[in-house]
Design a binder for this molecule. Structure first.
Ligand SMILES: Cc1cc2nc3c(=O)[nH]c(=O)nc-3n(C[C@H](O)[C@H](O)[C@H](O)COP(=O)(O)OP(=O)(O)OC[C@H]3O[C@@H](n4cnc5c(N)ncnc54)[C@H](O)[C@@H]3O)c2cc1C
Length: 409
């Protein structure tokens, strides 16, 4: 191994594990340390609201192959709590201090807390769904585990992709599900307005769907958790699940001097501005997209690609790699499930100013919608049911083609 302080990676999720593997794959032979807040080996978080929650497999089955990267010092359950940029020193919760030649920050996002007042006794009935441990807890309290009580009354607070997936799992298990979502816009933001409306219709058929309201107050009463909503409705449930978004996990950077209130701004190669030797990737980072907006990765494969890219930049800066990587350019792609119907999303539906159905019929469970910007350039495609038409447009989105060209065949 080479002398030197080595590379320290904070976070062992999609971006952090991909960065560690890339360092070794590219021939770096200095020390690599990965610190993480969670217990156990790194795992695939996308399964938390799907197979892991359903009980199709347990956490051993979703351990990431990167966990076997040679000569990496993993430090689980020892979150970073402070950063001193001048002395290049990272302090962990156990008091351990680590110094670095390069620091890659990949702490992801943390679930957003409930904003309204919550009676202290009610807190233990309100669950997050972000980690594998959260999925196990919801399985047992939500009536999904074999040893648990029968399916119960569950409120889902939030109306995005994770809420949609959890609603499907709980509904299939026989739970009485109420979804409380402030607006329908969050689904439209992720999927566009046509597919967003299709999903809302699916919610209405399967669960109690309360859109345009939110929790004003949560208390514990004789009939369980009482949610008083802003539109004066009252729902008594056994548990509530927070699924209303996440915020960049930057609380530990508060005294570091690193500007990070809305995530860590990075350049197109994941260097943190004006902070040599420090990089950020994944959901904690804000990289500028081709449309000029700074977004969180928000998706697994994108976070993986960002982590790899950040590691390649660090290797160039450390003098290990001869060539600097190109500016980062990648389209998010992800799949989800709406009560048994597959959804495939490519690109950024939130960047579209208009939409066109390019395949199938929105009155059915098989159609594809393209989103275009004000210039007619295709920026997103969302497939309901069959995925092929959506996936075929990936290159057209990357090249910034006009929608009329991509659909004229
Ligand atoms: C329930 C759920 C379902 C999802 N489903 C999908 C999906 O189907 N498709 C998709 O594309 N995306 C999905 N996502 C989003 C996807 O998981 C994330 O975009 C992706 O994991 C981001 O990668 P990341 O490396 O930035 O953060 P993460 O993978 O979240 O990893 C963050 C890491 O940082 C660690 N950490 C946090 N704070 C500290 C600290 N202070 N010190 C040390 N370590 C710290 C954490 O323990 C963790 O190891 C889902 C997310 C959730 C929560």
């Amino acid at each position: 191994m080479a002398d030197g302080l080595g590379v320290v990676i904070v976070g062992a999720g999609a971006a952090g594990t991909a960065a560690a593997r890339t360092l070794r794959d590219q021939g770096y032979d200095g020390p690599v340390t990965v610190v993480t807040a969670e217990a156990g080996p790194p795992y695939n978080r996308t399964t938390v609201s799907k197979g892991l929650l359903k009980g199709q497999f347990d956490v051993d089955a979703i351990v990431l192959p990167q966990a076997a990267t040679p000569d990496v010092a993993w430090r689980p359950v020892d979150p970073a709590m402070a950063l001193d940029l001048d002395s290049r020193r990272l302090t962990l919760t156990t008091g351990t201090q680590l110094r670095w030649d390069a620091l890659i920050i990949t702490t992801g996002a943390a679930p957003r807390a409930l904003s309204g007042p919550v009676e202290p006794a009610a807190r233990k009935h309100i669950l997050n769904l972000h980690t594998a441990a959260d999925a196990q807890r919801l399985r047992s309290l939500g009536g999904l585990a074999e040893s648990a009580a029968p399916p119960r009354r569950v409120a889902l607070l939030g109306g995005g992709i994770v809420a949609l997936e959890v609603a499907g799992v709980l509904h299939a298990a026989g739970a009485e599900v109420t979804m409380v979502t402030r607006t329908q816009a969050s689904m439209s933001r992720h999927l566009g307005s046509i597919v967003g409306a299709w999903v809302a219709e699916r919610h209405r058929r399967h669960i109690r769907y309360l859109a345009g309201t939110t929790v004003a107050q949560a208390t514990l009463g004789g009939d369980g958790l009482r949610l008083e909503l802003t539109d004066a409705q009252v729902r008594d449930v056994d548990i509530a699940v927070l699924a209303h978004g996440a915020e960049p996990a930057v609380a530990w950077l508060a005294d570091s001097g690193l500007p990070a209130t809305d995530g860590i701004a990075v350049d197109s190669r994941f260097r943190v501005h004006a902070t040599p030797g420090v990089y950020a990737a994944g959901d904690v980072a804000r990289v500028q997209d081709s449309d000029g907006r700074r977004r969180a990765s928000g998706h697994w494969t994108l976070a993986v690609e960002q982590g790899k890219h950040a590691a390649r930049t660090a290797l160039f800066d450390l003098g290990v790699a001869a060539a600097e990587p190109e500016p980062f350019e990648a389209q998010p792609t992800f799949t989800s499930d709406a009560y048994g119907t597959r959804l495939t999303v490519v690109g950024h539906p939130d960047a579209a100013t208009s939409e066109t159905v390019i395949d199938g019929d929105p009155a059915t469970h098989a159609f594809t919608v393209a989103g275009q910007d004000a210039n007619g350039v295709i920026v997103s495609v969302v497939g309901v049911g069959p995925a092929l038409t959506a996936l075929r447009q990936k290159e057209a989105i990357r090249r910034g083609e006009l929608l009329e060209h991509t659909t004229a065949e």
